[in-house]
Write a protein of this length. Structure first.
Length: 291
């Protein structure tokens, strides 16, 4: 998720992909020792089904890998809905009671413009973090971007389809709680900024789409820095840096077992000075980008 906490921050964090058919070559990294090879690949979580992102080096890495790690694997609809209801709905504290009158009007107008199903009435029972995500993602879903077409979903289907092991670095509950456990001031800032900058999301999204397709991690890192790192450093630390450190520790442990592993996580985690690769380098485990 991004931040000021603006919709720009949300777009950069989630790295949603818009519907522009194109041949893409997203960045791929590798680290290895004498008997272990680990690939690192950045993904986007919403993808139109006519975007081609495979290329020979990527396909070879997938073919050589015995195991695929994704951010999470327990993200089936039933489980996610149960978690959203548990951590994202609060009927005891209706959303309007957390906002002043002007903020309520702005949120209602933004919900109507975005086409949120049920409008403000639906948002009223949501916690601020869930209302912000709903407001930001509804227009993208209405435009035909399907999470089932996301890169991570496609990789899971591809690898499990040939009998390879697919594991998660986190659980769905852990991911939801990264948002649900935010301090209330940051959570409300997330919602307010998403409402304020709702019309800017598509502009930032286009920049991130182009950067992901071109393997341009410098641009992804710059957009992160302009948004979340500079404006909400505590959120940046929580959602990006802490998770990257935890994943780097897990990857270091994977190097103790022989074989080849493919790891696919959101592209924002593989860009910038606090990336997974940067955390690994601090541990004496440098990686290199695959040409």
């Amino acid at each position: 998720m991004k931040s000021g906490l603006s919709s720009r921050v949300l777009v950069a964090l989630v790295l949603l992909l818009a519907s522009v058919p194109a041949l893409a070559k997203p960045a791929l990294w590798v680290l290895k020792d004498a008997d272990t090879t680990i690939y690192l690949f950045g993904t986007v979580h919403l993808l139109p089904n006519d975007t081609e992102w495979h290329y020979p080096a990527l396909d070879k890495a997938l073919a050589d890998s015995r195991t695929l790690y994704l951010e999470l694997t327990d993200d089936d609809q039933a489980n996610m809905m149960a978690l959203v209801l548990r951590y994202g709905v609060d009927t005891a504290h209706p959303l309007p009671t957390l906002l002043n009158h002007a903020e309520q009007l702005r949120l209602s107008n933004a919900a109507d413009k975005a086409g949120v199903p049920g409008g403000m009435q639906a948002l009223n029972v949501m916690r601020p973090w869930l209302a912000a995500l709903t407001l930001a993602t509804t227009p993208l879903l209405k435009a035909g971007l399907d999470p089932e077409h996301g890169v991570d979903k496609q990789l899971k289907a591809q690898m499990s389809g040939v009998g390879k092991q697919v594991l998660g670095l986190e659980t769905a509950e852990q991911q939801i709680r990264f948002l649900a456990d935010m301090p209330k001031p940051i959570e409300l800032a997330f919602l307010r900024s998403t409402v304020r900058d709702a019309d800017k999301g598509s502009i930032e999204l286009t920049k991130l789409i182009d950067a992901w397709k071109d393997g341009d991690t410098a641009t992804i890192a710059r957009l992160e820095d302009e948004d979340m790192h500079q404006t909400e450093p505590k959120l940046y630390e929580r959602l990006l840096v802490q998770r990257n450190r935890a994943w780097a520790t897990k990857i270091a442990a994977m190097l103790q077992q022989p074989g080849t592993v493919f790891i696919a996580v959101g592209a924002a985690h593989l860009a910038g000075p606090d990336s997974v690769q940067a955390q690994l380098k601090q541990m004496g485990l440098p990686s290199e980008q695959v040409p």
